[in-house]
Design a protein around this ligand. Structure first.
Ligand code: SF4
Length: 384
């Protein structure tokens, strides 16, 4: 467990326009004096549209506020070896950075990982359709959204709350992206600092900050000393509420994992293989999934991943190798599924293997730079 604080931005305009009192914005303004750049996402239209943005001065910070709930973009792709970068990440993105650090694509000492607690992201197109058809609301009228007390709640710019049971929505095919439903990392403890609104007083604009590393502590201390962020001790009861919310979200994720993994594990091996072949049959070999993957860094010239055009195998070597590779490195971000033009549920398929592997070996990728994967360690549990 890290050191916990409540925090808020020192500057009034960042406090007013930022999420939960703007502590993350204040932190970013401060770290720009010691890092070459800050990578964030910036809202481009409604709260569901955003683009990657690089900040190199505090002047632009006000323009990147309010993108917390926008489309899930895999930001770890944008880190460059040797550049000192602070980056704001959801848990899956932070896990991807950790996997890249293990492979020497990024150096841990060069990056400041500012994590955001995450209950899941929404697919923008489907969510906008849903808002129009179910609530008769334009997506442009949504100020933010939140999952609370079993409901997905949309807050409109004129102060209304539009709420539906998250379970009912997801059973009906709406709600969070599929990979977010079964993701069981909600507070990104692999980051230097984790930030969010769980465990803060509803009526006040405050961010809950949990500091996990010396680099995180130094960044927060500098932000406080410079007047960019103010902090106080968190209320004990609300700190416990934060843990409770995390526990509820993880329990929901485990329920989805059971639904996903249970029927697959209950199949006979031949039936399981047939199901995988059938799911991959529409593949056209475009490699969009590989390009979108934040862990795989194979370039277009990587021969080990090229499918042989004369290949008569029911699944190409490309997919077979990816299953093996991602079994112990898939962070469950869902970018492969989002990228696939044939709508193959790739994240689901990879998570079937990754979760089964995690269950047997106890290894979960992206949680710590010091965790060596079992295939590399060579110490599989007995009977594996
Ligand atoms: Fe095949 Fe889809 Fe990957 Fe393209 S993105 S290679 S169609 S699985």
């Amino acid at each position: 467990m890290g050191t916990e604080y409540w925090g808020w931005a020192g500057e009034a305009h960042l406090r007013e326009h930022g999420e939960s009192g703007g502590a993350v914005s204040g932190l970013l303004a401060s770290v720009l004096s010691s890092y070459d750049e800050v990578i964030v996402i910036r809202k481009t239209g409604t709260v569901f549209e955003a683009e990657v943005h690089t900040l190199d001065s505090p002047q632009g910070i006000a323009r990147v506020q309010g993108a917390l709930h926008a489309v899930s973009i895999e930001l770890s792709h944008y880190l460059q070896l040797g550049r000192k970068t602070a980056i704001v990440l959801k848990p899956c993105e932070a896990r991807a950075v950790i996997e890249n650090i293990k492979r020497n694509h990024v150096r841990r000492e060069d990056v400041l990982l500012i994590g955001l607690n995450c209950g899941g992201t929404l697919p923008p197109v489907k969510t906008k359709e849903y808002l129009r058809s179910q609530f008769g609301v334009s997506p442009g009228d949504i100020a933010k959204e939140e999952i609370a007390k079993g409901n997905l709640i949309f807050f409109t710019t004129d102060g209304q709350e539009l709420s539906r049971s998250i379970d009912e929505l997801e059973e009906a095919g709406y709600g969070r992206r599929e990979s977010c439903r079964y993701c069981d990392v909600k507070i990104p403890s692999m980051c230097d600092i984790a930030c969010g609104n769980w465990g803060t007083p509803a009526e006040k604009h405050i961010t809950f900050l949990e500091v996990f590393t010396d680099a995180g502590a130094a960044a927060l201390e500098a932000a406080v000393d410079g007047g960019y962020v103010s902090v106080s001790e968190p209320g004990e009861k609300l700190a416990a509420v934060r843990k409770k919310i995390e526990g509820i979200m993880v329990k929901m994720a485990k329920g989805w994992q059971e639904k996903m993994l249970g029927p697959f594990m209950a199949m006979e091996p031949k039936e399981r293989l047939d199901a995988i072949h059938a799911a991959l049959a529409p593949c056209i070999g475009c490699y969009a999934c590989r390009k979108a993957c934040p862990v795989c860094k194979c370039g277009d010239d990587c021969k080990c991943f090229q499918a042989d055009p004369d290949d008569q195998l029911p699944i190409s070597m490309f997919h077979a190798v990816r299953f093996l590779h991602l079994m112990e490195s898939c962070v469950g971000c869902g970018q492969c599924s989002d990228a696939c033009p044939m709508e193959i549920p790739l994240a689901h398929l990879h998570q079937l293997f990754a979760k089964a592997y995690e269950g047997r070996t106890g290894y979960k990728p992206g949680m710590s730079c010091g965790d060596i994967p079992p295939l590399s360690r060579g110490d599989f549990p007995e009977g594996y």
